[in-house]
Design a binder for this molecule. Structure first.
Ligand code: PEP
Length: 257
């Protein structure tokens, strides 16, 4: 089974996805300040927080070098008649460095694989790091869900050069584990890490595939982070619910150091 050696990046990436939280700028500033207090400046992990768009300008003022700013989505157009959207240039202007695309909650609202690919390209043009979410809705005992993951990988990488691909972060987020309290086992995660690398190897070549950062998301918390990180083979986490509690988020970061 272990076709590939451990391809972990030297430093883990832990990204918090605040989703539609908290309720106002004051609360966002308070949570951000608590995180800054709890995360040691000496942490070896790359820590990113993705608040709702409206809080980004305010948090950018207090962004510390230890916490980078992220966003939860982007539109692939930079300007034009696309009501309600935010472009990559706007995010870059406020110091955003990482942007989630293809989150299952956005895909559920109609985001397509083609749009995900266009968003990845738009972000790379602006030198922002796309964090592209993939994942199966359910697992079947015949392993058909692997075909779904392969199709998502093919679609998101369409037209990307090897150099561009290496700048993309891929977040494996099984939908059944998001916000449910159910997590994939470390074994499930390891198996998926190997599958993703072997799929990318078929699309590019092994030395390119091995350089792509893979992270896991789905009910990660203090109690399971260490086990999944150490045995799952992924180079970090995308954290939803637990990123809204400073102590939990800090403990997850500690687990990957
Ligand atoms: C997410 O929304 O990306 C996520 C992983 O959420 P949670 O950690 O709450 O499952």
């Amino acid at each position: 089974m272990l076709q590939f050696p451990d391809m972990k990046h030297a430093h883990a990436l832990v990204m918090g996805n605040w989703k539609l939280n908290p309720g106002n700028t004051l609360e966002a500033k308070t949570l951000f300040a608590e995180l800054k207090k709890k995360i040691p400046k000496t942490t070896t992990a790359k820590v990113v927080v993705a608040p709702p768009f409206l809080f980004i300008p305010e948090l950018a003022k207090g962004a510390a070098s230890v916490i980078k700013l992220g966003a939860q989505d982007v539109h692939y157009e930079e300007r034009g008649a696309v009501t309600g959207e935010i472009g990559a240039g706007m995010l870059a202007f406020f110091g955003v460095e990482y942007v989630i695309v293809g989150h299952s909650e956005r895909r559920a609202l109609g985001e397509t694989d083609t749009q995900v690919n266009k968003k990845v390209q738009a972000l790379l043009k602006r030198k922002l790091t796309p964090v592209v979410c993939i994942g199966e809705r359910l697992r079947d005992s015949q392993g058909q869900f692997f075909n779904h993951i392969a199709a998502q990988l093919k679609a998101l990488t369409e037209g990307l050069t090897p150099l561009q691909l290496q700048k993309v972060v891929i977040a494996y987020e099984p939908i059944w584990a998001i916000g449910t309290g159910e997590t994939a086992t470390a074994e499930n995660v390891k198996e998926m890490q190997l599958f993703i690398v072997s799929t990318l190897t078929k699309l590019y070549e092994r030395k390119v595939a091995e350089k792509v950062r893979l992270i896991y998301g789905g009910s990660v918390k203090e109690s399971n982070a260490k086990d999944i990180y150490e045995q799952g083979g992924m180079s970090g986490f995308l954290v939803g619910g637990a990123s809204l509690e400073a102590a939990q988020f800090a403990a997850i970061i500690k687990a990957v150091e």
